[in-house]
Write a new protein. Structure first.
Length: 648
């Protein structure tokens, strides 16, 4: 949970780890309670200290799920009823009891350590010493083999109280100093710096002092960069670090990051583009130094600007073969996007500020919307939009009207996909009004499109036809290929559901072509699914199976979980038609998991249709047989289920 700073997201974060996606953040706790009620489960929660305000949720989950157990790590006790705390000890030091409970002999390090006597045995058996030597070997092989070195290493580990991070920081210094030379420098620095707040435990004072010591040894440019890195909530590259630290040359920043990594101040993940991150404790220290320098808000502002530009650029490139790569990029950036949105929302809520932060937050959430739509969780996107739009509504003209309108439409999409149809109608009405006032034909088309999609999902065909045909007319007037494709697809679905199969087929084939011409293969896959359903209803099951397979391959390639779920449900209908209801339920089980991961339930009209198709076969199965088939689909690897469907 180190990448989750907002207590309101604790329930959705836990749900996401469990493969669940509640329809809205407000519903996450109830969703979790229902899912865990009859489960025997150990839930491990790491890094809870920044989310203490939300931890009463855990007590409520334990009450709702009697067989649930929670193992949590936090530097601060949670103080919940039934909590049992265990302090995690530092690494074992020389002379402390070993794993078998025996005490190692201290001995006289000065005389015996160099010759393999009792002191040497004690040191080499120490977890702390072994860690120091392993880390030191990465920067200067052979450390510990010269006379006096092992004793000095043991003394360093004792001075650092066996704290792993402090030991790693010190071990990085053997590039410049022998352990014997390092020891007095470290001792003098610790004595100077451990006079911090007396209410802090000794270990925290020691670690803070070790970080202070390493920080003071950095050159001025390194200290400035290191402080700025504290604002990152997840992995970042040199370009991001350069932007946040003030627009320096990324190549020069890369060298500085490599130097920080060598000194254990920064963690590095090697790859085509090296990625970096800070351990939670180190990040908190970096933020404190940044705040002391009065630069915290400025660094966070740059962080927001960088991820806004990244998300908008990704959104602009969401076309053709790059769709999957764009979603991967946004998914990797999600922790930092979340942190940037939190900052923008917080700043927008302060009186006396202009609307700049609010606009940036709304634009960032709008750009990130494609990720929430296709890979989820929809609930997080709805939470972010809910907060920002509430700020915008209160501030009236402070938010740019076009930015506000675009955010309303993106929020409307998320609400519709998550099955919040009353919210969808409310937002679509706002969208129609706002886009009408702005003369925004594109936005007006989408507002009608979403109002019609929500009505169609609920089975209100009259209202759906009114809005969807208006959306199609607006798209034809504007001539935008993407808009025309989307509107044609939805009207085609309406015609399919109302028995106008020939007209549906014509519009849906047109939608497939238009999506492809617009560079949207994932959109084309959605239209192919609708076309497959039309052909199945017409009795052309072989053609329907081929169309579903093409659609599923494309959705799977992009990583569009909701689209893949629709295809598996379509395959289920075909399997049921062929009399293989068990296989149909396997497909339904896999689709259920995908929908839970995104938080996008099957719309009521589609759910009723699928239930009617499955009903005859289900009547011939026992409850256990049905449950086992669903469980197989839910539990076997998705790739296996998709492979079976494509071979079908």
């Amino acid at each position: 949970l180190s990448r989750v700073g907002d207590p309101a997201l604790l329930a959705t974060a836990i749900a996401s780890a469990l493969g669940l996606a509640p329809p809205a953040a407000a519903a996450a706790e109830g969703h979790l309670a229902d899912a865990l009620r009859d489960r025997e489960l150990l839930l491990v929660l790491d890094n809870l200290e920044q989310l203490l305000d939300a931890t009463p949720l855990l007590a409520r989950l334990l009450t709702a799920a009697p067989a649930l157990r929670i193992l949590a790590t936090s530097r601060i006790a949670l103080r919940l009823s039934g909590e049992h705390t265990m302090r995690v000890p530092p690494l074992r030091l020389p002379g402390e009891p070993g794993e078998n409970g025996d005490h190692a002999h201290h001995g006289d390090h000065a005389h015996h350590g160099d010759h393999g006597g009792p002191a040497a045995a004690s040191a080499s058996d120490s977890e702390a010493v072994r860690l120091f030597l392993a880390r030191a070997a990465a920067v200067r092989p052979g450390v510990g083999g010269q006379p006096g070195e092992l004793d000095a290493v043991a003394a360093i580990c004792v001075a650092l109280d066996g704290l792993p991070l402090a030991i790693e920081l010190a071990a990085a210094r053997v590039r410049l100093y022998t352990p014997q030379a390092l020891l007095p420098l470290l001792r003098s620095r610790l004595a100077l710096l451990t006079g911090g707040p007396r209410d802090l435990p000794r270990r925290q004072q020691t670690l803070h002092a070790a970080l202070d010591w390493s920080y003071q040894l950095l050159p001025a440019a390194g200290r400035q960069l290191f402080g700025c890195l504290g604002v990152f909530a997840g992995p970042f590259d040199a370009a991001a670090a350069a932007a946040v630290s003030g627009g320096q040359d990324p190549a020069a920043i890369l060298e500085q990051l490599a130097a920080l990594a060598e000194q254990s101040m920064v963690e590095i993940t090697h790859g085509t583009v090296p990625l970096f991150h800070l351990l939670q404790t180190v990040a908190e220290y970096a933020l404190a130094r940044l705040a002391e320098d009065g630069c915290l808000d400025e660094a966070r502002r740059r962080h927001l600007e960088y991820y806004l530009a990244l998300a908008q650029s990704a959104r602009d490139q969401y076309a053709g073969a790059r769709q999957s790569a764009v979603l991967d990029l946004l998914e990797a950036a999600q922790p930092n996007i979340r942190a940037a949105l939190e900052f923008a929302c917080g700043q927008a809520g302060q009186d006396g500020l202009d609307g700049g932060y609010l606009d940036q937050g709304l634009r960032l959430a709008t750009a990130a919307g494609i990720l929430w739509r296709r890979r989820g969780p929809l609930a997080e996107g709805e939470l972010q939009f809910g907060r920002l739009l509430a700020r915008s509504d209160r501030r009236g003209s402070r938010a740019d009207p076009r930015v506000h309108a675009a955010a309303v439409l993106e929020a409307c999409i998320l609400a519709c996909l998550s099955g919040e149809y009353s919210r969808t109608h409310e937002l679509s009405r706002q969208g129609i009004r706002l886009c009408g006032e702005l003369g925004d034909q594109h936005g007006l088309m989408w507002a009608h499109h979403l109002a019609g999609e929500a009505a169609l999902a609920a089975g209100d065909f009259g209202s759906a036809q009114e809005h969807l045909e208006e959306a199609l007319a607006l798209a034809r007037q504007a001539g935008d290929l993407g808009d025309l494709a989307a509107a044609s697809n939805m009207v085609g679905q309406l015609y399919r559901m109302t028995g106008r199969g020939d007209e549906a087929g014509r519009l849906l084939r047109q939608a497939v072509r238009l999506f492809r011409d617009a560079g949207d293969p994932d959109g084309a896959a959605a239209a192919l699914h609708s076309l497959a359903e039309t052909e199945r209803a017409a009795g052309h099951t072989s053609l329907a199976r081929r169309l579903h397979a093409r659609s599923l391959r494309q959705h799977d390639a992009v990583g569009d979980k909701r689209g893949a779920a629709y295809c598996l449900e379509g395959m289920a209908a075909l399997a049921a038609h062929d009399g293989d209801t068990r296989q149909a339920l396997v497909y339904v089980g896999a689709a259920q998991v995908l929908r839970e991961q995104v938080g996008a339930p099957l719309p009521p009209v589609d759910e009723a249709s699928l239930a009617a198709i499955l009903a005859p076969g289900l009547a011939a199965m026992t409850t256990r047989q049905q449950r086992d088939a669903l469980a197989e689909g839910r539990n076997q690897p998705l790739a296996d289920t998709i492979g079976s469907a494509l071979r079908g």
